[in-house]
Design a protein around this ligand. Sequence first.
Ligand code: NAD
Length: 488
Amino acid sequence: MRSMTLMGQSATPLAAAGVRPLQERFTSMRNAVRVQGFPQYQQRRERLDRLLDLTLAYRTRFLEAVSADFGHRSKHETQMAEIFPAVANLRHARRKLKSWMKPKHAPLSFVFLPARASIVYEPLGVVGILTPWNYPLLLALIPAAEAMAAGNRVMIKPSELTPATSEVLRELFANGFDEDEATVVTGGVEVAQEFAKLPFDHLFFTGSTSVGRHVMRAAAENLTPVTLELGGKSPALVHDDYDLARAAERITFGKLLNAGQTCIAPDYALVPERKVDAFVSAVQAAAGRLYGRYEGNSNYSSIISDRHRERLQKLLDEAERGGAKLVRLGDPAVEAEEKNEGSRKLAPTLVVGGTPDMTLLKEEIFGPILPVVPYTDLEQALRYINDRDKPLALYYFDDDGKRVEAVRARTSSGGMVVNDTLLHIAQEELSFGGVGPSGMGRYHGFEGFKTFSNQRAVYYQSRWAQTWRFQPPYLGFVDKMLRWLIGY
Ligand code: NAD
């Protein structure tokens, strides 16, 4: 057990953090940077080793805690979508650390030779990480690993909606790291608000676009640079020529993982008008194969809270009132019979015939509801996408390479997957992030390492330098050189 002082509990909201007040912990961490300096390779490597070992050691605790927070989530899902990618990311960072840390030679114009220059990746200092509830491990562990690989100290504030997982995370860091090295702060929204006001050297936020605005505003006071990993409505566009059953299966998997509570879940499906009925049947068949039924199915996740479930139910009620057809998957009779008191599961529902004024076609859904939006031709489908905010992900189903490139070139999104969903997030060296309202800044692999580094530009002057020739008094040589260099 490393130094973990439980003190300073007061009646203030920050006492919810359960340990020393936030500002004090931050100052102590910042002082540790000043006193101890930046860690070199061995120390960074050792921190990554520790985080990896602890993640593995806490694996079963995490599986139970996440499921408890959700009301139920499959252990397979948590392992596949959180533990595995986090562990893979940590192993990758360990493997690559030495090469990432190497200064990168920057070629110079001949005018400045024989000087040389490099980009040196230096730590920033103290990094703050604010995380959401939907993947409470992954979205804390990956940024923490990349920030530590870059030589920083890390403070994490997990979401108040996953108290059990946050507590296990807190314990993991308290047991494995000095409080000045890496630490987890727990508590409610008021703690998150105070956290965002701390003068971090970098603030990494994952969450909704609306809260992202508050976080950026708070960070601006300190000129703290931010990475914002936000949400939005990620479309799945199916071309007329593409195998409908295959597209339906991949969209259904992407949508129903974690019951749709995934930032990059396909939010809605754009389907050729004449194929809407066939698509609905194909999704029904795919969902049936994947889950069969929902209420009693241990592979199917619950919704995180009553409030979130009510919000989703309201989206459905509003759509139905507005004349949309709801196609509820699963057998309602069986589900009703099995429904436990207090269960927060929500059976997947397709919405056909929705109109643009309906909330579920305006706001990010973040649940197991899939509106099917018909289109007449590809131009119209692209217009539909481009008339809206740039999404976090775009899924395009088409085997025609030329059209795929055309769709890529004519749209914009943080990431894109061709002929599948979600898989771009699992690639260690494929940078991840949004664009416009879906976010700013990127991480994963070397991109993450760079995000959390000061990419310091260093110029080494040579003893044989000739640049003095360009100094005043400006003689004929300077005139000649300028004419030649500028080209007039
Ligand atoms: P949220 O924005 O409500 O909360 C995120 C975090 O911000 C929480 O820890 C919360 O405590 C904190 N917070 C809340 N109010 C705050 C404030 N005023 N100042 C500072 N911090 C504050 O998001 P959520 O509901 O936890 O997560 C869902 C959203 O996150 C969705 O929009 C989803 O798309 C997005 N998301 C994005 C990614 C990504 O990688 N881009 C990943 C997961 C989730």
